[in-house]
Write a protein that binds this ligand. Structure first.
Ligand SMILES: *Cc1c(COP(=O)(O)O)cnc(C)c1O
Length: 484
């Protein structure tokens, strides 16, 4: 042993550690003490093995291990370690990126009604698969099928873990070992891992590409249909747009062709919705009911994109196909939890009340916030930022553009307002946008913005908890100085 470190026992005996033991138990605290002591031992042995090569007088004892840390300083270290370890890895943050449905930041946030229903589903037993009236076993899908039928006009509906799973299951159930015809212009990749040709392969369906990247005609589908064809499929080009000399076949015509050949028309909408967003001045996105009335037999869409609910893959359509999809063994593997069901039911219920929809459903509330409201919010925040940051920084309110996100209407932006912060012209080079971004991310509730042209932009569209946000701003200057 290179150093005479205090014993685990000596540290554990201090009142601070005993308080921690009361909160977290003996095992957890002793592990933190052991790990802290081990780190010091490692430091001490590296210091010994490099003696002569470092000038230890310029380094602090903790860094070189050249002095034995005292109990008090070890106690502080252990307490810090324990605090860090009990902090959940997944925690809240402020999304000021301007992207409302940010996949990396958890996509849709849920309505209060959904949060409450999820909490109840977690706390108490529920009738997830139980018919309270008859006392018999029920179906998990029953929780939401009725609402989905009402909201979309479909004959039947089922739910899986996400839309990627929905597409996989639909193809596996309806097209395994047979062919599915898709336009070359729709062979989309979503966020790296989800690519239509790969999903086809996983479902053991054979992809038959028709047309070209920019133009696909009805005759292309016609000539691809054979006795091996299981379905015609359309995939919504969620995250890209092909412009210029383009042609695609109207859904109605693809549906007709499918039905004339006795096969289903499958439509993957990506982030479908139940309401036409153009009614709120937002870009038109596919409406599930419209896709069904245009002739689709099976429609798949995400729960946590524009719908504003939990992560889920919703499958609606003709009963004969939904029944077949339900019976596929993969369905059991891809089924959703009771938490998802609880959140989904509350989310769907919000759509039954169109008058209060943009108030109650956060995704639509944030997307429809008015520019004057956003400007007023930014102006209210401005003095707090000016106070928190010294004259090294220039802070102003600036117009910016929000995005829906999650590959929804990728070329459309929504006018919004941002706090813009950049180093003053004569500021030292250490005052950079990236240093400021680092400091903002180190706040107790991390603030995630965007940097562009040497400035940090904090789009206020998704900021609702103004008091909690303002309260932590005074910490920024210390974070900028010390990083702590
Ligand atoms: C987003 C998307 C998916 C995947 O949906 P997840 O719910 O993220 O799994 C599939 N298809 C399309 C067209 C999409 O836009």
């Amino acid at each position: 042993m290179p150093t005479n470190l205090p014993s685990v026992h000596a540290i554990l005996g201090t009142p601070e550690m005993q308080n921690l033991v009361a909160d977290h138990g003996h095992t957890f605290v002793v592990e933190a003490i052991r790990d802290t002591l081990a780190a010091h031992r490692r430091l001490a042995s590296t210091a010994l093995s490099t003696v002569g090569s470092v000038d230890s007088s310029t380094e602090s004892p903790a860094e070189t291990g050249s002095a034995v840390p005292r109990v008090a300083s070890l106690v502080a270290e252990v307490a810090h370690t324990v605090r860090q370890r009990v902090n959940p890895r997944m925690r809240r943050l402020f999304n000021l990126t301007g992207t409302v449905l940010h996949t990396n930041l958890g996509r849709a946030i849920l309505s209060e009604a959904a949060v409450e229903q999820v909490a109840n589903a977690m706390r108490y037993p529920s009738n997830l698969e139980f018919d309270v009236e008859s006392g018999r076993r029920g179906e998990r899908d029953d929780v939401v099928e009725g609402l989905l039928i009402e909201l979309t006009g479909a004959e039947a509906a089922t739910v899986v873990n996400n839309n990627a799973a929905a597409v996989l299951l639909v193809l596996g159930a309806l097209a395994a070992r047979r062919e599915v015809v898709v336009s070359r212009g729709e062979l989309v990749e979503i966020g790296g891992a989800f690519r239509i040709p790969d999903v086809m392969r996983s479902a053991q369906a054979k992809l038959v590409e028709v047309g070209t990247t920019n133009r696909t005609h009805k005759r292309d589908y016609e000539s691809a249909i054979s006795p091996r064809t299981a379905a015609l499929m359309k995939v919504h080009a969620s995250n890209y747009e092909i412009k210029g000399f383009v042609a695609s076949v109207p859904e109605g015509e693809i549906a007709e062709l499918a039905h004339a050949n006795g096969i289903p028309f499958i439509h993957d909408l990506g982030g479908g919705n139940f309401v036409d967003l153009s009614a709120y001045g937002l870009p038109k996105e596919p409406v599930v009911r419209e896709a069904l009335s245009a002739g689709a037999d099976v429609v798949t869409f995400s729960g946590d994109k524009l719908l504003g609910g939990p992560q889920a893959g919703l499958i609606v359509g003709k009963r004969q196909y939904i029944d077949k999809i339900r019976q596929h063994p993969l369905k059991r593997a891809l089924r959703v939890s009771k938490l998802t069901m609880a959140a989904l039911e509350a989310t769907l219920m919000a759509y039954k009340k169109p008058e209060t929809l943009t108030r109650d459903l956060p995704t639509l509330r944030l997307l429809t916030r008015s520019l004057p409201d956003l400007a007023a919010l930014a102006e209210r925040l401005l003095p707090h930022f000016r106070q928190a940051l010294n004259e090294v920084w220039q802070v102003s309110v600036d117009a910016c553009e929000s995005q829906i996100g999650s590959g929804t209407s990728p070329t459309v932006t929504i006018p919004s307002m941002a706090i813009r912060i950049m180093p003053a012209a004569d500021a030292a080079r250490s005052a950079s946008a990236s240093r400021l971004s680092d400091a903002l991310r180190k706040l107790p509730v991390p603030v995630i913005g965007k940097t562009s042209g040497g400035a940090v932009y904090l789009d206020v569209r998704c900021l609702e908890d103004e008091a909690a946000f303002v309260e932590q701003l005074p910490r920024i200057s210390a974070l900028l100085k010390t990083g702590k």
